[in-house]
Design a protein around this ligand. Structure first.
Ligand code: TNX
Length: 475
């Protein structure tokens, strides 16, 4: 493997690629810096070059009889070229022990670049805790499908999952349980920073969410002074929503928020902090707007951009805020939040629950998942376009698409895999590929052909009856 001019970021991608190819091939695959000129026959070359048609994330991949060449204008593009190359090898490439091969690639010339800049996956670690190893695995899956945002729901009614040094009881006490009463858990600051770095090495921006002013029971239980009554409620291990609220007219609420946001901002390399803002049914409407405007200013003062669930558009938004749509149905109903957001020039992240919520059941008899937004079969998750879902919006109003995995019913990584697969690859394709040329009839065949890869990766996936899975993958 040869890296032209030895650019350090490109060398990093080359090491990642060799890490994927070595276990199954058993090849040593040394990474060498080339002095320039044409690479020797039989080599695989990564090269960064000026090419304005490729943008920040586009790439070219050429497989010829003599050599393989990956090129891009930026390191992220090289990383996506490497992910595509990985998928061109036979599925056994994903196994963790040496396989017989042969390691044949099709001859191709690919030029590829994404439609949307925001291609997200959300994991709720508050309802059920996921260990750093679980999260790394899910980051790997997101990277495999060229997603570039990993949104981590760190604080909710049932748990607070990040160490905050200025308010230590949040994690120590507020993180001590989860839905069903299990032991919960939290990330130390160094574990969290390591997750952010792990994501960044895969060109994924970690987006932390601290949900407020509702969904805050874990914080309210940890510090009595955050409650209007001055009394702390007990920890909560059920699945209801909409019953908790920070105390909007106590000044300590904003000291708390600023301390928390300050620590999270310092630990987070990416530019975004998600403030939640959903389902604040226990906060009076005027108080909600007052709170959100202060929260927006606090996030901005700590140098970050606010992201919020669509409800945040009820108040005035700082420029650059991103609004994540999840429940509003378009159809021009008066005052729908996506239009309010658009009016404020906020860009939208599309996560319509009836399409993009990975925690919805596939079918009535699905063993995991919820059903409040309906059943979401594999076709429902794939066969739509973000713009036709929101006729009032133009392409430029949309930042992108995010698939959300809430964890009320999830107790393990295998459970998370079952709900994410095979819907996640379809949502990732919607975020990356142009609308033209996509069709369910063709996609279901490609998805079926992908099953041996899920098997080789050890992914626990739903064998949807809508997909013609190869017989050997059903054993
Ligand atoms: C609604 S989606 C919620 C979450 C739940 C989810 C379950 C959103 C912004 N709020 O609190 O976990 O439904 O599907």
């Amino acid at each position: 493997m040869v890296v032209e001019r030895g650019d350090p970021a490109a060398v990093g991608v080359a090491h990642r690629l060799t890490g994927w190819l070595r276990p199954a091939t058993g090849y040593p695959l040394p990474v060498l810096a080339s002095p320039g000129g044409e690479a020797p026959a039989g080599s695989l070359t990564l090269s960064l070059q000026l090419d304005e048609t490729l943008g920040e994330e586009g790439y070219r991949l050429a497989v010829g009889p003599e050599r393989v060449t990956l090129s891009a204008a930026q390191p992220a593009g090289l990383f996506y070229a490497a992910q595509t190359l990985r998928q061109l090898f036979p599925p056994a490439i994903e196994r963790t022990s040496v396989q017989p091969g042969p390691w044949v690639l099709p001859v191709v010339a690919i030029m590829d670049r994404p439609r949307f800049a925001w291609r997200g996956f959300m994991l709720d670690v508050a309802r059920h805790f996921f260990t750093p190893a679980d999260v790394r695995r899910l980051i790997d899956y997101a990277a495999l499908y060229k997603l570039n945002r990993f949104h981590l729901g760190l604080a909710n009614d049932q748990g607070w999952r990040l160490e905050i040094r200025s308010w230590p009881r949040l994690a120590e006490y507020g993180g001590s349980t989860e839905i069903g009463g299990g032991p919960g858990g939290y990330y130390t600051q160094s574990e969290y920073a390591a997750l952010a770095a792990y994501a960044a090495e895969r060109f994924i921006t970690l987006v932390p969410e601290i949900d407020a002013p509702g969904h805050t029971n874990a914080a309210l239980a940890s510090y009595a002074e955050l409650n209007c009554s001055g009394e702390a409620p007990p920890l909560y291990t059920g699945i209801e929503v909409g019953f908790s609220s920070l105390c909007i007219h106590k000044e300590i609420t904003y000291r708390f928020l600023s301390d928390v946001i300050g620590e999270v901002a310092a630990l987070t390399p990416g530019p975004y902090i998600h403030i939640g803002g959903d389902e604040a049914h226990a906060t009076p409407p005027d108080d909600y707007v007052y709170f959100m405007e202060r929260a927006g200013a606090i996030i901005q003062a700590h140098g970050k951009r606010m992201v919020g669930w669509e409800e945040v558009a009820r108040g005035r938004l700082e420029p650059g805020t991103l609004v994540q749509q999840w429940k509003s149905v378009p159809a021009g109903s008066a005052g729908i939040p996506d239009l309010q957001a658009a009016a404020q020039n906020a860009r939208i992240i599309a996560s319509p629950a009836w399409r993009a919520y990975l925690d919805m059941k596939y079918a009535d008899d699905s063993p995991l998942g919820l059903q409040w937004a309906g059943l979401v079969e594999v076709r429902d998750a794939y066969d739509w376009d973000p713009l036709s879902e929101y006729p009032a919006m133009a392409e430029g109003d949309l930042a992108g698409v995010e698939a959300c995995l809430w964890s009320e019913t999830l107790r393990s990584l295998a459970d998370a895999e079952f709900l994410a697969f095979p819907r996640l690859p379809g949502l990732a394709e919607i975020a990356w590929s142009p609308r033209e040329g996509r069709s369910w009839g063709e996609y279901r065949l490609r998805l079926a052909a992908h099953a041996p890869r899920f098997n080789a990766l050890g992914i626990n996936y739903y064998r949807s009856p809508q997909v013609p899975w190869p017989a050997e993958t059903l054993l």
